[in-house]
Design a binder for this molecule. Structure first.
Ligand SMILES: *Cc1c(COP(=O)(O)O)cnc(C)c1O
Length: 476
């Protein structure tokens, strides 16, 4: 496919700018460019065709099965977009006076109320822009509380080895040191190792439950108690709440603080389609330290207040507001019955698919899972040379998006599959047949898989090089 810069002809154009209706401001000569910028010169139809072609080359949830484990690529209901495009939500300015945006403030207030109910927390900040940003906000909250109580010797945060990679990164960013705790062979937190790890220097714990193997830790009450007894606080990485929303609450498991990826669990588009949002909730004793402002209701009106010991802002204004409109729309349209039904179906779908795939593939741990499961291709790789990458690439030829690869790190040749609740039974059956077919191919014709995908516009880009040395500018 040609780049937009390679299309068109010098002097061709398609600008249709409206007449200027404000006074023209002349910049000083020293600030003006001396040459015209090298912009593409294409007609409107060329422009439209270019973007349509790009659109056809991308694959999204609306195209087909998208089992990207840990990412929760669920369907984004159209009604969310409709609500988020209402003029009352879009034609506002963050510096507008509060009495003219009461409805928008009510959205933030109601979203907070529903998230409190779902997580078992008492207060939320809506500022963080995504999951990792939420983790950072939450750990700074824990840190602010410790510092307020003079706990300067608490410098370490415990993170199980099955954690999402962002957890240890967040610990470091927040000025703490990570202490890794190993998992048992069943993929759960090793309680003895945890008891060994805690002490006077423990600031807290960061944990995902269900963990990245898709397992719910049945010792969760004991885990949070060990941390609390040692004087630490417990942080719940709730990026993915899709297995437990409406079923179990981090607050009841003993957690003090949690972030949610509403762009995963609560159906805002993500993965190139952002922006996201990662609200952070906490128990009442942490609320005075939250970033401000938060929305309060006083005499029937909504006002912004900065909590008493707020450690400051983590972002300008009030977070990605329109994403929160989508979150509230999703929660209200599912309601008290729909929320637990969605998580139950997510778990059911994952278990159904896992059990069908288990006939042909090795499952990393357990006979049942939560909302996702992990396949290990270690044996296949030893026997045939076909790797997790090869299998993932071959799935593209069958028109489905590959699962997450090589994650979690504690499983060799891992593929992490999360089918989500919105997939019908027929799709799960088709997918199981595709996995079966690919396994047969791997055994009979490994070369076919080493060369896959065979019918995608791009086969195997150098991903490491692309991430480390991105070329983002076109040089003619
Ligand atoms: C996705 C995810 C994150 C990171 O969220 P971002 O919005 O990508 O920053 C953190 N933890 C877990 C468990 C996740 O699944």
């Amino acid at each position: 496919m040609k780049l937009i810069f390679e299309r068109g002809y010098k002097g061709r154009g398609s600008e249709h700018l409206p007449c200027c209706d404000v006074s023209v401001c002349q910049f000083p000569e020293s600030m003006m460019r001396t040459e015209k910028p090298a912009l593409p010169e294409v007609s409107e139809i060329e422009l439209v065709r270019h973007y349509t072609e790009l659109e056809k080359q991308t694959y999204g949830v609306n195209d087909g099965f998208y089992p990207l484990g840990s990412c929760t690529m669920k369907y984004n209901p159209r009604i969310n977009e409709e609500m988020a495009s209402l003029p009352g939500f879009t034609n506002i300015h963050p510096l507008q006076s509060q009495d003219t945006v009461q409805g928008c403030m009510e959205v933030l207030y109601k979203a907070e109320e529903t998230l409190n109910e779902i997580t078992g927390m008492d207060r939320f900040t809506m500022q963080p822009s995504a999951g990792a940003h939420g983790e950072f906000t939450g750990l700074l909250l824990i840190r602010a509380w410790h510092l307020h109580h003079g706990n300067t010797q608490r410098t370490k945060v415990i993170v199980p080895d099955s954690a999402h990679g962002t957890n240890p990164a967040t610990v470091t960013m927040a000025g703490y040191e990570t202490v890794n705790v190993p998992s048992t062979k069943d993929g759960l937190v090793d309680l003895d190792a945890l008891r060994e790890a805690v002490g006077e220097d423990t600031a807290g714990l960061m944990l995902t439950n269900p963990n990245t193997l898709g397992l719910f830790d049945p010792n969760i009450g004991e885990i949070t108690k060990i941390i609390h007894d040692a004087g630490g606080l417990c942080y719940y990485d709730g990026a993915n709440l899709n297995a437990v929303m409406g079923q179990a609450r981090p607050g009841d498991m003993g957690f003090d603080c949690v972030h949610l990826n509403v762009h995963k669990t609560f159906s805002a588009p993500h993965g190139g389609g952002g922006p996201g949002s990662g609200p952070v909730g906490c128990k009442a004793f942490l609320a005075p330290f939250l970033p401000g402002p938060v929305v309060e209701k006083e005499d029937g009106a909504f006002t912004f207040k900065t909590p008493e010991f707020s450690y400051g802002r983590v972002r300008g204004f009030h977070g990605n507001f329109l994403v929160l409109v989508k979150t509230l729309t999703y929660i209200l349209s599912l309601g008290r019955e729909g929320i637990p039904e969605a998580s139950a179906n997510a778990v059911l779908n994952a278990n159904y698919l896992m059990n069908r795939i288990a006939k042909d593939y090795d499952i990393a741990s357990g006979s049942h899972c939560m909302h996702e499961f992990v396949i290990t291709l270690e044996r296949l790789q030893k026997e045939t040379g076909v790797s997790a990458l090869d299998v993932a690439k071959r799935l593209i030829d069958y028109g489905i998006h590959p699962p997450t690869m090589y994650f979690p790190l504690n499983v060799k040749e891992a593929l992490m599959v999360e089918p989500v609740e919105t997939e019908p039974l027929e799709t799960l059956d088709e997918v199981a047949e595709i996995f079966k077919q690919v396994m047969e191919e791997a055994k009979e014709n490994p070369e076919l898989l080493h060369g896959a995908p065979h019918n995608a516009p791009i086969g195997r880009p150098d991903e490491v090089n692309a991430a480390r040395n991105p070329v983002l500018r076109y040089t003619p």
